[in-house]
Design a protein around this ligand. Sequence first.
Ligand SMILES: *[C@@H]1O[C@H](CO)[C@@H](O)[C@H](O)[C@H]1NC(C)=O
Ligand SMILES: *[C@@H]1O[C@H](CO)[C@@H](O)[C@H](O)[C@H]1NC(C)=O
Ligand SMILES: *[C@@H]1O[C@H](CO)[C@@H](O)[C@H](O)[C@H]1NC(C)=O
Ligand SMILES: *[C@@H]1O[C@H](CO)[C@@H](O)[C@H](O)[C@H]1NC(C)=O
Ligand SMILES: *[C@@H]1O[C@H](CO)[C@@H](O)[C@H](O)[C@H]1NC(C)=O
Ligand SMILES: *[C@@H]1O[C@H](CO)[C@@H](O)[C@H](O)[C@H]1NC(C)=O
Length: 560
Amino acid sequence: MLHKCGGAPLAIITMASLLVGRPVEFWSKVYNSIGFGNEDNKDVNNTRKILLFSYYDLPCYLRTCLLYMSIYPEEHLIEKDSLIWKWVAEGFIHEEAGVGLYEIGERYFNELINKSMIQPVDSHPYDRTITGYYDIITGCRIHDMVLDMICRLAKQENFVTALYNNEQQAYTVHHNVRRLAVGDKNCLANTCMPQVRSFNVLSSDVKLPSLSCFQVLRVLALEGDTSSEHDTTCLEHLGKLVHLRYLGLRNINISELPKEIGDLKFLQMLEMKDCNKLLKLPQSIGQLSQLKCLRVYADRFSMLQCLEDTALDWIRNLTSLEELCLLNVSESSNFVNDLGKLTELRKLCIVSLRLKSASLIKDWEESLDKLQKIQVIDIGWFIYKEEGDATYCREGYAPPRQLRVLHMQYKQPGLPIKISPSLQPNLSHLSLQVNALDVEIFGRFPELVTLQLDVNTYHYDVTGAPGAFPKLRAFKTDGTPRFLGVMPNLEYLEFVVSIMDLNTKPDFGSLVNLPMLQRVVILVWYNFNEFDSEEAKDVVREAIFSGPSGFTFELKGWQC
Ligand SMILES: *[C@@H]1O[C@H](CO)[C@@H](O)[C@H](O)[C@H]1NC(C)=O
Ligand SMILES: *[C@@H]1O[C@H](CO)[C@@H](O)[C@H](O)[C@H]1NC(C)=O
Ligand SMILES: *[C@@H]1O[C@H](CO)[C@@H](O)[C@H](O)[C@H]1NC(C)=O
Ligand SMILES: *[C@@H]1O[C@H](CO)[C@@H](O)[C@H](O)[C@H]1NC(C)=O
Ligand SMILES: *[C@@H]1O[C@H](CO)[C@@H](O)[C@H](O)[C@H]1NC(C)=O
Ligand SMILES: *[C@@H]1O[C@H](CO)[C@@H](O)[C@H](O)[C@H]1NC(C)=O
């Protein structure tokens, strides 16, 4: 079999995924079906044959989902969530009682990874900071040869038509195209496409046709990569796309969505990313009773203007929502109360949540209590302030058992949250503000992979019984911890060292308890009235060299 693969890694991996767990008769069948070629480029040809064999070995539903991925160009980082919602919109996911469509789609995605048809990508693959240690797979890539294969097949079957280079500019789109993907500087301005059910634009330079020329569109993705001239005019006639399930807008220069969006009765996914001029969302979104995913977010947060507060009253209507991501929510809306009505929520992300009274915090906790399916809670900035002496005596919110990710950065410490290894056994990513005395408990979460703790004191001890922190790979904190117990799998560590005079040397001896440590980032706080950042870093560098070794480190200066 190895010989058949001609040493080509992709062929070997694909072959292995094809054969694992199959009876020997199947092996001979594969062996006999893949012939040796005598051509010069026989490895390429053989790899192609192996890939094709693996493709036809997939169940039918997976073949469809894989073929659909020919809408993406080479080297493209495909976002998992967006892909799965497109599959849902296209009707590729077969319903099963009691399981959400997204979850079934996620299973398909994992099966394609398992068959080596797509390559998984972790979040933030390029900067291995703490977020790089999420073992949550957020995307994938397709090997060029797999892409080449599915593009040929998709073209043969008139399944997808992809226009990804300028040579095809003059291409006249056939009237029977069913799914169209466009990049580069193609011009479709005067094209009419009554049969197209999926229209994906992955460049900001494409000249778009009028939406009035589509009649059966289910997926509309204007997902250009840079800020574009695409503005409100490209959304004219949006309300006529009554079959639309998926609407994805990126880098579109709009301040408002057309209110006709309320007419899209079947819409399931609405995403607006990096639409930096966006000021408000129309009330009519409240009519989208099928909406399962609403995301308004940005990679470049600093460029954003604020969404108006009062614009969120409609959210209580969206009772089918499974995922909600918003930028900035503040107390004047009824948001925290309405949140409790969204009982299907699996994932809640808010960049900045501002609650100014004790009673609102109580409402917030009561609402969260009603979200019994929630798995991810990610609040970037949780800002709260209590009025006068009216301290509301809180029990603390206890998240449900299936919680996997909890990020809550409070501006002020002290808001309790009830978590424990027995209450939330699957918790794998945690970011919280805590009391130094409570740090020990985190060693007992069996699935914890990343941990970020803001602690109320500079120097504190991280202890842990034998077997503590079994899976922890990344730890970040705003203090100077001393590791008294072993963290057997920790690879990444980020902490703060404060240098107030040049004669007091920090002691990094306890890092010896981190046997797998690979990378350390230290934020050096220094007294800038007395000396400069380089002098402070020298002190830290010297201390590191005289301590345990085996890892790379990076120092960042910070005035105080
Ligand atoms: C590869 O296969 C194709 C057709 O399947 C054939 O035409 C070609 O000669 C083969 N060899 C090379 C080197 O491409
Ligand atoms: C992947 O394949 C292996 C071997 O067939 C199987 O044991 C495993 O359960 C599969 N995992 C998923 C997520 O499908
Ligand atoms: C965005 O639209 C505004 C007015 O609608 C215009 O002034 C501005 O130049 C546009 N920006 C880009 C990048 O096209
Ligand atoms: C909420 O839903 C009700 C009933 O479907 C509808 O009458 C109302 O207009 C909706 N509210 C908003 C703000 O869209
Ligand atoms: C959130 O909105 C409030 C009120 O509109 C504004 O004052 C605040 O600066 C915004 N916060 C962020 C982080 O954008
Ligand atoms: C924890 O995760 C496992 C594997 O995904 C799952 O089978 C189990 O039901 C989860 N436990 C809880 C309490 O959600």
